[in-house]
Design a protein around this ligand. Structure first.
Ligand code: ADP
Ligand code: MG
Length: 411
């Protein structure tokens, strides 16, 4: 699960990580009030969306093809960006008005962009240099990885591509925790000197603690800033959580912003379905993540393109299967459906009944190929055959993939 920058900063603040003071706002009036409360002469107004690249992104009222093309290349755009400096309360209001309720397109949002529902008003920070720092899980070593680069502000993928040697890494054994010496080593590698090193050590230790105690899967500070006074501050914060540990963090669950998530995926999760929308045109209904992956692979191999990943799970009910089917048919991009079920705990007749119920309810306007194998397969096939549904039965996955790709090509 992802959260917004302002939410991540509120968590980090709790752990003693230095972040600028700021307030979230949902209206221009609230934004001005926030700036007044903060005091000072310079503020930064920041769009809160679950995507990065906001500074170089652009607020668009309607779809602006030229802006989208530039944003897709990560180029800075003329016009109002998603992060703006304001030198007066009027400018705060102006920035807030430009952002709220409008769409922000960045390199990471895709062409449709994201609607800005909340902004964050922060005090302007005197930046001497911008660095990058992230904490993440390194599955290869089974350790927590602290990754830094002196080239902050830029996306790490870009640094990794152009100058991989600029990325410095320290691995932490979770059973012993992070030693101050490890943080110091990373600070030196990032070129820090004098009292800044000590500040960086405290900063990194607090960051590591927040990462561990909050069951985060990724914590990215880009940029990490060294101020004119030599202080270290997190100017941006991106935090992602391990979904399987969320039951331990009710406060984090409360930060969930469903408007940022794909509506279909949210609906699917309510029924215990693992659904991920993709951009192809063959809808897949499969049980088991491994089988779902191989189904997508073989569709691709046969020249087709999957519209989704959908694992109905091992013990899905007839209702869940019907729901899954409805989710697939609701996608206008879907030009054909492949149901591929291996009945183990899940019985083929249950799947058949679910499919029949769903088709009776929503109708079927695209070709449907069904391949069933395993427990109660004969019963499942018989139910489908007697249902009067216009479907194409298949005995093997190979046959099924050929059939759906051919049917979609013909349609
Ligand atoms: P994004 O990564 O989505 O573009 P950031 O929060 O990293 O958004 O902001 C983009 C840039 O804006 C930063 O690299 C920094 O230069 C500037 N910036 C952000 N917040 C502040 C702030 N509080 N004070 C001064 N500059 C800021
Ligand atoms: Mg950033």
């Amino acid at each position: 699960m992802k959260i917004h920058e302002y939410q991540a900063k509120s968590i980090l603040r709790r752990f003693g990580v230095a972040v600028p003071e700021g307030h979230a706002a949902k209206t221009p009036d609230e934004a001005v009030a926030a700036a007044e409360k903060l005091g000072g002469k310079i503020w930064v107004v920041k769009s809160q969306i679950h995507a990065g690249g906001r500074g170089k992104g652009r607020i668009v009222g309607e779809v602006d093809e030229a802006a989208i093309a530039l944003a897709a290349q990560g180029k800075p755009l003329a016009g109002p960006g998603g992060v703006r400096l304001a030198r007066s309360l009027d400018e705060v209001r102006e920035a807030a008005t430009a952002m709220l309720g409008n769409t922000l397109v960045t390199k990471q949002t895709g062409i449709e962009g994201k609607t800005v529902g909340t902004i964050y008003v922060e005090g302007g920070v005197d930046i001497a240099s911008e660095l990058y720092l992230a904490v993440l899980l390194d599955r290869g070593t089974g350790k927590v990885l602290l990754m830094g680069s002196a080239e902050g502000g830029t996306e790490i993928e870009e640094v990794a591509e152009k100058s991989p040697e600029a990325i410095k890494k320290v691995w932490v054994d979770v059973s012993t925790g992070m030693g101050a010496w490890q943080a110091r080593e990373l600070a030196f590698q990032l070129g820090m000197k004098g009292k800044t090193v000590n500040k960086a050590v405290g900063f990194m230790q607090a960051l590591y603690k927040a990462y561990m105690e909050m069951d985060a899967s990724m914590l990215e500070i880009n940029p990490l800033v060294i101020t004119g006074a030599g202080d270290i501050i997190a100017l941006d914060a991106k935090m992602t959580f391990d979904d399987n540990a969320l039951y331990r963090h009710k406060d984090v669950l409360g930060m969930r912003d469903l408007a940022e998530e794909d509506a279909t995926e949210v609906e699917a999760a309510e029924y215990g379905l693992n659904f991920i929308k993709l951009d192809g045109n063959i809808g897949c209904l499969v049980n088991g993540a491994g089988l779902a992956m191989s189904t997508m692979d073989i569709i691709q191999f046969k020249g087709g393109s999957p519209a989704n990943f959908l694992d109905v799970g091992g013990g899905a009910t007839q209702e869940a299967v019907a729901k899954a089917f409805r989710l697939i048919t609701a996608d206008p991009n879907v030009k054909g459906i492949l149901v591929n079920i291996f009945g183990g705990i899940m019985k083929c007749d249950v799947i058949a009944l679910g499919v029949i119920a769903a088709v009776k309810e929503v109708g079927l306007e695209v070709p449907l190929v069904v391949r069933l194998a395993g427990t109660n397969v004969e019963l499942g096939k018989e139910l489908l055959a007697n249902s009067g549904l216009n479907l194409i039965p298949a005995n093997t996955l190979d046959e099924a993939a050929d059939a759906i790709v051919a049917a979609v090509a013909k349609a």
